[in-house]
Write a protein that binds this ligand. Sequence first.
Ligand code: ATP
Ligand code: MG
Length: 403
Amino acid sequence: MEMKYDRILIRYGEMTTKGKNRNVFVRRLKQNIARKLQAFPRIQIEYMRDRMYILLNGEPHEPIIDKLKTVFGIHSFSLAMKCENDLAAIKETALAAIRQLPYKGKTFKVSARRVNKQFPYRSDELNHEIGAHILRQTDDLTVNVREPDIDVRVEVRQDGTYVTCRDIFGAGGLPVGTSGKAMLMLSGGIDSPVAGYLAMKRGLEIEAVHFFSPPFTSERAKQKVIDLVRKLTTYGGKMKLHIVPFTEVQQAIYQGVPNEYSLISTRRAMLTITDALRRRQRALAIVTGESLGQVASQTLESMHVINEVTNTPILRPLISMDKMEIIEMAKHIDTHDISILPYEDCCTIFTPRAPKTKPKKEKVLHYERELDLAPLLEKAINETETMVMDEETGRTDEFAGLF
Ligand code: ATP
Ligand code: MG
């Protein structure tokens, strides 16, 4: 029987610097990978301090590789073969690893590492032995140690020898869940889904919050947000979406606050509600899609007045990005085409023609005092409904109330 790639070697990258917390990181990564690969029941995951192996046990490697590319916390991974610490077996395995590669090369080199110092051959002896064997057994390959098409890496460890030929880049970042939890303010626009993606990349678990103002915003606008969260589950696994009924608050602001200040007040109300939901869901931060200077509410003056309602950390992963960069990233994570669907969002309808770019805090406070928004905010919080979406099972569960 011909030898086949039987496992995938996973390298962690950044989290290896996390000292004694490493176990937490590794265990979480393992859980996230196991969840991602639910559809492949025969795989087994072996994990150690510095690397992980997915034993394929006959499961196909291509679809598994595609799924691994979306798991944060993986620096790179490679198809691998394992054999005994025996020179003849190692030579055969290295040859098989080259033959089983999905592409052809003209040149190769062998890079052997002897981690197990009991093994009787030194690294340079191994390079020579294995290289000679490959040259004898193939007719179109030559050695090129400086820029080979194929780098055959052979690692002799205590428990056996591993052979890999090609590295595939992982998504990088930290495993989702290892940095704690934050609420993502998710509109139907281009920016906030990208902000959510970047927050998850830094290891945050995300719960999305969306403000919905029927009948001014349609069911289709809501569906758009549901579809965006579903896309984000590619990275986040199981995710919650809280839908806040915002019509009454918005109407009260629209009627009671002068037009040029209504946008600022609306944003303050959104942030106040999100912060209350955050407290109930035991999250520690709020993520938004704001980018400095992009629109009227995103000047430093506006942010200052909006932010005044809470001292919870507000994370703005896009703060310094250009719109073009954000669009590129939205395309990369496949949220762009959903975001550009034309359905109105709750702010576009109430957006004043000339919102203040340099709002005065005293004025905002004054207008809001007259309004007595608190009971309306309270009601919106109490009437918030939660959906839970699961990437791997495809299930959506809806809860009448916060969950
Ligand atoms: P986006 O592309 O994310 O809609 P934007 O460029 O349209 O952002 P704004 O409309 O000023 O900018 O919104 C700034 C941020 O406020 C959004 O990125 C999002 O985090 C939050 N936000 C805006 N509208 C809503 C909404 N209806 N529900 C939840 N969050 C919202
Ligand atoms: Mg928007």
